[in-house]
Design a protein around this ligand. Structure first.
Ligand SMILES: [Ca+2]
Ligand SMILES: [Ca+2]
Ligand SMILES: [Ca+2]
Length: 247
């Protein structure tokens, strides 16, 4: 960085350390349309994923980078919204196997979103066993994504803290036909939803036994506080397969 740029940066960003400010989460995210095929097997290795931009995760309030690195990706096509996570995790823990029970007491990956113009939001939370908690308007009892597909892949041993695990990954395919406000139609390019991806990582190395992180700049320790979420903008032009094949 040239001296003049450095002085300018200090002038513009007086309140926070430069290292944190430089990696602050963006407030708008482009959702790229894909023509690629995504196999929902928990492995985030399709060419479509490799071509997608990566969302990073941050701690609430300070917006410092997550200790446990997580990569989030979002794509869409004419029928589905696709979400994936690749999560480093030194100690994989999950015991809940009942749908719509509190999977967030386990290692858990989450997707919150609200369709443009809607009043109610959706949240999908999935633990490292693959158990689903899904809710509309905060209530899991009255709503279920009937045709959502998901899969997790573990790279380590579940509920065995005697070793050091590598992490886990999750793929989701959410059919637009399951989203009430869309009335059976896919989103239109230019539509602006609100969203964030979030995570609970349970590990004794953390001071209170867990780390909560999000792709959004959370002003409080709440994943449900919609004012802090990002905008998700559906892009007009998608990636062509030729672009994806370059990776
Ligand atoms: Ca896959
Ligand atoms: Ca383990
Ligand atoms: Ca963990």
């Amino acid at each position: 960085m040239k001296p003049r740029q450095f002085v300018l940066s200090l002038f513009l960003l007086p309140a926070l350390p430069l290292a944190i400010q430089a990696s602050s989460p963006p407030t708008v995210w482009e959702c790229i349309k894909t023509t690629g095929t995504i196999v929902i097997d928990g492995r985030v290795d399709e060419k479509a994923w490799l071509a997608a931009p990566v969302l990073s995760f941050y701690q609430p309030i300070t917006h410092a980078p997550a200790t446990s690195k997580t990569e989030g990706r979002i794509l869409w096509d004419d029928t589905h919204l696709y979400v994936s996570f690749v999560a480093e995790d030194h100690d994989l823990r999950a015991t809940e196997s009942r749908r719509d029970h509190p999977v967030f007491y386990d290692d858990c990956l989450e997707f919150f979103f609200q369709v443009e113009g809607a009043n109610r939001y959706y949240n999908i939370e999935i633990n490292a066993k693959g158990t689903v908690f899904d809710a509309r308007g905060g209530s899991p009892r009255d709503f279920k994504f009937e045709n959502m597909r998901h899969a997790v892949h573990l790279d380590g041993t579940l509920n065995d803290s005697s070793d050091v695990d590598t992490g886990w990954s999750l793929e989701l395919a959410i059919p637009f036909s399951d989203i009430v406000e869309l009335n059976g139609q896919p989103p239109q390019p230019g539509d602006r939803w609100r969203f964030h991806l979030s995570r609970y990582d349970y590990d004794d190395r953390f001071e209170d036994g867990k780390e909560l992180t999000s792709t959004a700049a959370l002003s409080r320790v709440s994943f449900h506080y919609r004012a802090d979420w990002k905008e998700l903008v559906f892009k007009y032009e998608g990636l062509r397969m030729e672009d994806e094949l370059r990776f």
